[in-house]
Design a protein around this ligand. Structure first.
Ligand code: ADP
Ligand code: MG
Length: 260
């Protein structure tokens, strides 16, 4: 077996989404938000989902982590149907979703307590991830005392402290200013590239095609009303990527031509 075959054979499927529909009931009508979504996620992959506002991206991520259920179809995690909150996943939210009356430390620790983890292990993880995301010294600060970028660092620390195999991120950079968001993107990619994350695969939802191409190995495009997958583009460019490069722009054009 050559090394290429080896790497294909060793790539294991982590998530399998099979013909998923999500319908909401509103004033006697059924609104189909997601229609016939199928997607496989493999170990080692960074996948982005791009699509316009309202196409069901957040709904889809919520189903993957087990906060919502499909109306039809199934979602399998390592072959097992996702029925409740999936402990192998963690979610980073667009608006940080921090608890205002808890400190940075307490916000990061909260999810670990909910999972019944022992105090010693909780403290080890909270300390480690607060440090890793650059929040050292801010342990006792409250969210209102932090800038947007620092708040999202707490969001990352909280998710990563759960040591998820599959990290899900819902537009994690879109409420930050351009410089802050670019710094955070690069830091996350550095941790991912150096294998410093406890995470095997990442799914990021975004409405920015450039951001998706900058970060991921694969861009899955969605259309709206109802939300459907309309195509997928692989991104084989070496990292760090430069959005001004011609090859980068060619991929941007390819994704746009899928969507339009
Ligand atoms: P996106 O994240 O792509 O902007 P969402 O997943 O948030 O899209 O929402 C997709 C559609 O589903 C929207 O039209 C929204 O109004 C609708 N929707 C989402 N959650 C609910 C809900 N709990 N009840 C009714 N409609 C919902
Ligand atoms: Mg959303």
């Amino acid at each position: 077996m050559n090394s290429q075959q080896e790497s294909i054979n060793s790539k294991r499927k982590i998530l399998e989404v099979r013909n998923v529909y999500r319908t909401y009931h509103h004033e006697d009508t059924n609104i189909v938000v997601l229609e016939d979504i199928s997607l496989d996620i493999y170990e080692g992959e960074f996948t982005s989902l791009v699509g316009p506002s309202g196409c069901g991206k957040s709904t889809f991520l919520r189903m993957i982590v087990g906060l919502d259920r499909p109306t039809r179809g199934e979602i399998l995690y390592r072959g097992e149907e996702v029925k409740g909150v999936n402990p192998k996943t963690a979610l980073v939210f667009q608006n940080f979703a921090l608890i205002p009356w808890l400190t940075v430390w307490q916000n990061v620790e909260l999810g670990l307590e909910a999972r019944g983890m022992k105090k010693e292990e909780r403290e080890r993880r909270v300390r480690y991830w607060i440090d890793k995301v650059g929040l050292d010294g801010y342990e006792n600060a409250y969210p209102r005392e932090l800038s947007g970028g620092m708040k999202q660092r707490v969001g990352f620390a909280r998710a990563l402290a759960l040591e998820p195999e599959l990290l899900c991120m819902d537009e994690p950079f879109s409420s930050l200013d351009p410089l802050t968001s670019q710094n955070l993107r690069e830091e996350l990619l550095r941790l991912w590239g150096n294998k410093e994350l406890p995470t095997l695969s990442i799914i990021m939802v975004t409405h920015s095609i450039e951001e998706a191409i900058f970060m991921s190995d694969r861009v899955v495009a969605m259309s709206t009303h109802p939300g459907r997958i309309i195509g997928e583009i692989k991104v084989n460019l070496p990292r760090p990527r430069n959005p001004r490069d011609e090859e980068f722009q060619e991929i941007v054009d390819k994704v746009y031509s899928l969507i339009v």
